[in-house]
Design a protein around this ligand. Structure first.
Ligand SMILES: C[S@@+](CC[C@H](N)C(=O)[O-])C[C@H]1O[C@@H](n2cnc3c(N)ncnc32)[C@H](O)[C@@H]1O
Length: 221
């Protein structure tokens, strides 16, 4: 029955009407009357998707202590900061706080993966929502594209900083690093240099190893 309410369009519109009616009640300072029986629907929805732990899958505080310094260092260079792999935009927002006002962050993601069961369009919507202020003020541009297509078509200036955090196998990380070197990025860094991602360790070591490492955030020599 709960499944029916979640998937049946008629059920959804009836549910929406109930929320609207309770919305009017709320405006008039009254408690909900029509949606009190719908809590089971919300609980069921939460049960069929992974928990929304937004703090996971981003950089930790220890890792941020290095990455924030790299962003500060990148202020000495011209060219954009390029983040490959945005997820929900948490690191994008943090980097925006430390960059110079004239630097732009290009936030590149095709929204093919997230740990919360969101569709690509939903993840894209979440990122546009959370980064709205930074986008509308010209500090960030969100680019919805496969990273390898972005690499092929990028014709901007040499980036001041590239932060690689999309796919963490050897072959894909190699493509990321070689592109960053090819376009003359002044600082090349990334995430997940650790035992869970031996391919990242392998390729980072092959190109000279980390000059700096904090947690699993690495910066190339
Ligand atoms: C670990 S998350 C990024 C976390 C983010 N940098 C942060 O610190 O909050 C990986 C992201 O890479 C994206 N991604 C994976 N493969 C990709 C590809 N081929 N092109 C573009 N984005 C990709 C996924 O959609 C996901 O959002």
């Amino acid at each position: 029955m709960v499944t029916q309410q979640l998937t049946n369009p008629m059920g959804r519109s009836q549910t929406a009407i109930k929320y609207v009616r309770d919305g009017y009640r709320a405006i008039r300072g009254k408690s909900p009357k029509y949606t009190t029986d719908l809590h089971c629907v919300r609980t069921a929805a939460a049960a069929i998707r992974p928990p929304l732990t937004l703090q996971n899958n981003s950089v930790t505080e220890v890792e941020w202590s290095l990455l924030s310094k790299l962003v500060e260092e990148s202020r000495n260079h011209t060219g954009p900061i390029i983040e490959i792999g945005v997820l929900a935009g948490k690191t994008t927002q943090r980097m925006a706080r430390y960059k110079s006002p004239t630097q732009k962050i290009l936030a590149v993601d095709n929204f093919c993966w997230n740990p919360w069961g969101l569709t690509p369009d939903e993840q894209w919507g979440l990122v546009c929502h959370s980064l709205d202020y930074l986008v509308s003020t010209g500090n960030v541009e969100v680019i919805r594209i496969d990273k390898n297509e972005f690499f092929e078509t990028y014709n901007g200036p040499a980036p001041s900083l590239v932060f690689l955090d999309a796919m963490h196998d050897y072959e894909e990380t190699k493509k990321d690093i070689l592109w960053a070197q090819r376009v003359g990025a002044k600082i090349i860094a990334g995430h997940d240099y650790g035992p869970d991602f031996p391919g990242v360790i392998q390729i980072v070591d092959e190109v000279g190893g980390p000059k700096q490492l904090a947690g699993s955030v690495w910066r190339l020599a």
